[in-house]
Design a protein around this ligand. Structure first.
Ligand code: LLP
Length: 429
């Protein structure tokens, strides 16, 4: 939960010192809210846990807009991007290219050229084709490119299968098993405009155990040693990805400090005599921004279904938060005003034309009425960035709060913009 989400003396919820009804009146609903203090605290927890020269990169796919970049920079955190859009956002906001790593299992030639022209720090290559393309494009640009190889360590992180990435069937990277990763190292070392400096692994997201991370670090170090013997190549960097979960339904996530201590030990112990200990890196996304976010909705309808289910229907839903429908993700909701009356089970449903558009199926809330406000908690990661315009409902604004003030980070789509990009029919009506 956001660090600053508290009730004032009248029992009204406030975030960052700003009352939520005031925010609803000023910006409308639905509304994404980001608590800056929570983001700062989570970034600091990571940088405090990861001792220099090791590095923290925030995974921009979890949440990104221009206003986030200065927060990353003041925390000394770099950025992981996966598309030209994310890269251009970061560059537009003044992120030094050297602090950016460029990921993704398909980078288009246009995106690769943008990255090269900007002088992005490192690129994380994902396939043989991509390695060859980097070599060719770097040669054309008259330079070389620093590359890390995305490897798939075959570790099961015990999370939802849609957000598991390190298993053997994964579409990402080269599997450590079966010789593909070894061949990729050989290839990268032979390409004249590719400078191989590191390995990368990311095993999945919303991970609540330390063991899969330790196994990943161990497998990666064992692979690095095997490649040291095979090619006399020792990596300067080892990026162990992101994926640390946030505690939900009572399960506790490991802390950044616990992970960092484990990584430090495994990487140091796994380094052969005479070689430098690789600089290791992490790429947290969700653990930085998820709890900073809440989504503010207004109740539109309260109704009982034929089976007795009590629906509280709000003015947003799967367009602003696809995660319950896509991953069966569970959220908690709170009424904005301290309501009287006995709490009872309700289902918080969205306004989209789909039965599966349910935001919280097992809420227990005091009686709510049309026009009441409610918040869904911990929506700061993979909410706004995965928003859609389904049913032509405009994507809400993102507003940040800190120390009693609010500022717009991303404007919501206006009604007149919903069809602004449509062309009129080319035939007469
Ligand atoms: N690094 C790489 C290479 C990644 O692919 C990801 C996430 C991260 C870091 C950050 O992972 P995090 O710390 O945020 O878990 N849309 C899904 C999550 C997809 C994650 C994709 N990769 C969801 O809403 O749960």
């Amino acid at each position: 939960m956001a660090d600053t989400l508290i009730r004032d003396n009248e029992g009204v919820l406030t975030l960052g010192g700003v009352s939520l009804p005031r925010l609803a009146a000023r910006y409308g609903t639905p509304l994404y809210l980001m608590d800056v203090a929570t983001i700062r605290a989570r970034l600091n927890a990571w940088t405090a846990a990861v001792p220099a020269p090791n590095e923290v990169y925030f995974a921009g796919k979890a949440f990104l807009c221009r206003a986030l970049i200065p927060l990353l920079q003041s925390a000394g955190v770099g950025l992981d991007v996966v598309s030209g859009g994310e890269l251009l956002t970061a560059l537009a906001a003044g992120m030094p290219p050297s602090r950016i790593t460029f990921h993704g299992n398909l980078k288009t030639i246009a995106e690769m050229r943008i990255a090269l022209a900007a002088g992005v720090g490192r690129v994380v290559a994902d396939s043989d084709e991509e390695l060859v393309r980097w070599d060719r494009l770097a040669a054309e640009a008259g330079r070389s490119v620093e590359v890390w190889l995305r490897l798939t360590p075959g570790v099961d992180p015990h999370t939802h299968r849609y957000i598991t990435t390190g298993h053997v069937k994964s579409k990402f990277g080269w599997p450590l098993e079966g010789g593909a990763a070894e061949a990729a190292v050989g290839r990268a070392l032979r390409l004249p405009h590719v400078r191989l400096t590191g390995y990368h692994a990311h095993i999945g997201s919303q991970i609540l155990e330390s063991r899969p991370y330790e196994e990943t670090a161990e497998h990666m170090m064992a692979f690095a040693r095997a490649m040291h013997t095979r090619y006399q190549f020792w990596p300067r960097y080892l990026d162990l990805g992101g994926g640390l979960g946030i505690s939900d339904s009572g399960e506790e996530a490991p802390t950044p400090q616990e992970l960092a201590d484990a990584f430090s030990g495994i990487v140091t112990r796994g380094t052969p005599p005479g070689e430098r200990v690789p600089i290791w890196a992490v790429e947290p996304g969700r653990s930085v921004v998820a709890q900073a976010g809440v989504t503010l909705y207004r109740v539109g309808v309260v109704k009982r279904a034929g089976d007795g289910t009590m629906y509280v229907v709000v003015d947003g839903g799967m367009g602003d938060n696809i995660r319950p429908a896509l991953y069966e993700a569970r959220y908690r909701a709170l009424p904005v005003h301290m309501a009287s009356g006995a709490p009872a089970p309700v289902t918080i449903a969205g306004r989209y034309c789909e039965s599966g558009d349910l935001l919280v199926e097992d809420a227990v809330l005091p009686p709510l009425e049309p026009d009441d406000l409610l918040v869904v908690l911990d929506t700061g990661a993979y909410g706004y960035v995965m928003a859609s315009q389904y049913n032509r409902v405009p994507v809400p604004a993102v507003v940040a709060v800190e120390d009693g003030t609010s500022s717009v980070w991303v404007e919501g789509l206006r009604w007149d913009e919903v069809h602004a990009r449509d062309r009129a029919a080319p035939w007469p009506s």
